[in-house]
Write a protein that binds this ligand. Structure first.
Ligand code: ME8
Length: 488
C-alpha cells in the first residue's frame, strides 16, 4: 500500500439526474476516501468525481429542454453537486468536462497521441472511414451481435446508422501488452469475474476505435483537424488525469498518478479496462493500479429506468431516512461486485430495526444509565480502541471492499452490547448499595463499546459517529433530547 490514495468515480452524464445507482458508486468511493484519510492523513488522499458534459446525447437533451448546451450542463451538473452534498460526500475535486482546464488538457493529449508510436512501431492514431451502428445512449458504435431485438440492451433504443471519416486509435497494437498486465494483476481488475470478462473480450478480438467525430457539435475541438471533435469517451476518460494536473502540472500529477482505485459498474467496463489503459500506454503513462467493478442495481427485479418510472433518487431517500440513514440503507445490504436488487418496501423495516431500534436505542439507553448511575469519571482517552479485534477486522473488511461485512460486524457489537445490558440489569444493581462499584465498572464497558462502534462507523455514517462520540466524551454524559434516528 502506497502512502497516498487516489480514488475516482465515473464522471456521470448530465443528461440524467442523479439516482441511487450513481449514489452507490459515489458512496463507496466516499467510504474509502474517509477511511484512508484516517489511515494515511488528509493530505495523502484525493477523491475525484464529476460530470461528463459533451456529446450528442447531452446536446439532444439540452435541445429538448430548450436550453443552450452549456446552460443545460450547468443545471444538471449542479444537481449532482447538490445530491452529493445531501449524502455528505466529501470529494476533493469535482471535474466538469466543459471546464477550460480540462478542454485545454484534452487538446494537448490529442497532440501527444498524434505523435505517439505503438509498441509495434506504428502511429498510434490514423485516419479512416467508419460505417456502423451507433447508440447515442452509450455514445459508442455497437455491433449487430450486441443488439437484443434490434435494440441496445442498456438503452432499449434502436441504434442509428453512421458513416463518417474519423481518427482511429490503434488499440490492436496494445492488446498483447495489456493482456499480460491484466493477467499478472499489474493492472488489477476486481472482482476476478470482471478480469476474466476483460480477458475474454481481448480473446474474442477487439477492433481499433475511433477517437474523433465529424458530426458532433458539442465537444472538444481536435487541434490538428478542424473537421473533428473528440470522441466523448476519450474526453471523459482523460478527466482522471487532467483533474490532477496532466499535462501542465506534472509535479502535482506525479503525486497522485497512478490512481489507486477507479470505481465503476459493469456497463462501462470495456472503456475502462481496454480503451483507457491502452490510451495511457500510448501517452507513456503508468496504468491504474486497480479497477473495482460493482454490480448494477435493479428495482424489484427490473432495470431502473425513466420509462418504467421506477427511478429512486437520493433526495427522496434523504428526505425520509436522513443522510446517514440513506448511506446505511445503500451500503449495508450488498456484497461488492454482485448484482443488487433493491426492494424499497424493505427500507422502512431495516431503518427501524437497525438504526432506530438498534443503534439509536443503544445510544439512548446507555447514555441514560450513565447519566443516572455513574459515580466516578470515565477517562475515555485511556481507551485504546485501535487494539480491539473488531477494529482490526473492520479495517480488513474495508480494505477488501467488503463494506457490508464491516457493517455487519459493527451491528453485531450493537446487539451483543444490548444482550450484555439485558443480562447484567444495571437498573437492578443501582438499587443495591453494595453493587455500586460493579455498576460503575460495567457502565464503563458499555461506554467503551459505544465509542468503538462510533469509531468504526466513521467512514460509513460520519455525522452519526460524530454525534455519538460527542455524547460519550462530554464531561458530563447525558441522554440526548432527540433520538439519533426517529422511528418511521
Ligand atoms: O457511463 N446501478 O456515465 P453514467 C449501479 N459518463 N450503478 C449505476 C447504475 C445502476 N443502475 N446506473 C448508473 C457514464 N450507475 C460515463 C462515464 S467515466 C470516464 C464516463 C453508476 O452517468 C455506475 O457507477 O451513465 C456506472 O458505471 C455509472 O453510474 C455510469 O454513469
Amino acid at each position: 500500500m502506497s502512502k497516498k490514495f487516489y480514488i475516482t468515480t465515473p464522471i456521470y452524464y448530465v443528461n440524467d439526474k442523479p439516482h441511487i445507482g450513481h449514489s452507490y458508486t459515489t458512496l463507496m468511493a466516499d467510504v474509502l476516501a474517509r477511511y484512508y484519510r484516517e489511515k494515511l492523513g488528509k493530505d495523502n488522499v484525493f477523491f475525484l468525481t464529476g460530470t461528463d458534459e459533451h456529446g450528442t446525447k447531452v446536446a439532444q437533451s439540452a435541445e429538448h429542454s430548450g436550453l443552450s448546451p452549456q446552460k443545460f450542463c450547468d443545471q444538471t451538473s449542479g444537481l449532482f453537486k447538490k445530491a452529493w452534498k445531501s449524502l455528505n460526500i466529501d470529494n476533493d475535486d469535482f471535474i466538469r468536462t466543459t471546464e477550460e482546464r480540462h478542454i485545454k488538457a484534452v487538446q494537448k493529449i490529442f497532440i501527444q497521441l498524434k505523435e505517439a508510436k505503438t509498441p509495434k512501431g506504428n502511429p498510434a492514431i490514423y485516419q479512416g472511414n467508419y460505417e456502423g451502428l451507433y447508440c447515442t445512449g452509450c455514445e459508442k458504435f455497437i455491433t449487430e451481435k450486441e443488439l437484443v431485438d434490434g435494440k441496445c440492451s442498456y438503452h432499449q433504443k434502436k441504434p442509428e446508422k453512421l458513416s463518417e471519416k474519423n481518427w482511429f486509435f490503434r488499440l490492436s497494437d496494445y492488446l498483447d501488452d495489456l493482456k499480460k498486465k491484466i493477467e499478472l494483476n499489474e493492472f488489477e481488475i476486481l472482482p476476478t469475474s470482471r478480469k476474466n470478462e476483460t480477458l475474454g473480450l481481448i480473446e474474442q478480438g477487439v477492433t481499433d476505435f475511433s477517437i474523433s467525430r465529424e458530426t458532433v457539435i458539442w465537444g472538444v475541438d481536435i487541434p490538428f483537424d478542424k473537421t473533428q471533435k473528440s470522441y466523448v469517451w476519450v474526453d471523459a476518460l482523460s478527466n482522471y488525469i487532467t483533474a490532477i494536473g496532466y499535462p501542465n502540472n506534472l509535479k502535482e500529477f506525479k503525486k497522485w498518478w497512478p490512481v489507486d482505485v477507479h470505481l465503476l459498474a459493469q456497463d462501462i467496463l470495456k472503456f475502462h479496462a481496454l480503451y483507457w489503459p491502452a490510451l495511457l500506454m500510448a501517452l507513456d503513462l503508468p496504468l491504474p493500479k486497480r479497477e473495482l467493478i460493482h454490480g448494477f442495481f435493479t428495482i424489484d427485479g427490473r432495470k431502473m429506468s425513466k420509462s418504467l418510472g421506477n427511478v429512486i433518487t437520493p433526495e427522496e431517500l434523504v428526505k425520509r431516512y436522513g443522510t446517514d440513514g440513506t448511506r446505511y440503507l445503500l451500503l449495508s445490504p450488498f456484497s461488492f461486485g454482485q448484482e443488487a436488487d433493491i426492494k424499497a418496501e424493505l427500507f422502512d423495516e431495516r431503518y427501524n430495526a437497525d438504526l432506530a431500534n438498534g443503534l439509536g436505542n443503544l445510544v439512548s439507553r446507555v447514555s441514560n444509565m450513565v447519566e443516572k448511575y455513574l459515580i466516578t469519571d470515565i477517562k475515555t482517552e485511556e481507551f485504546d480502541i485501535k487494539r480491539d479485534k473488531s477494529y482490526k477486522k473492520c479495517c480488513q473488511f474495508i480494505e477488501k471492499y467488503k463494506f457490508n461485512e464491516s457493517l455487519k460486524e459493527i451491528f453485531n457489537i450493537i446487539s451483543e452490547t444490548d444482550r450484555l445490558i439485558d443480562a447484567a440489569k444495571p437498573w437492578e444493581l443501582s438499587k443495591d448499595q453494595n453493587k455500586k462499584e460493579e455498576l460503575d465498572f460495567i457502565l464503563k464497558i458499555y461506554v467503551k463499546r459505544i465509542l468503538l462502534i462510533a469509531d468504526l462507523l466513521k467512514p460509513f455514517l460520519p455525522q452519526t459517529s460524530e454525534k455519538i462520540t460527542e455524547i460519550f466524551t462530554a464531561k458530563k454524559i447525558k441522554k440526548p433530547k432527540e433520538p439519533l434516528f426517529k422511528r418511521i
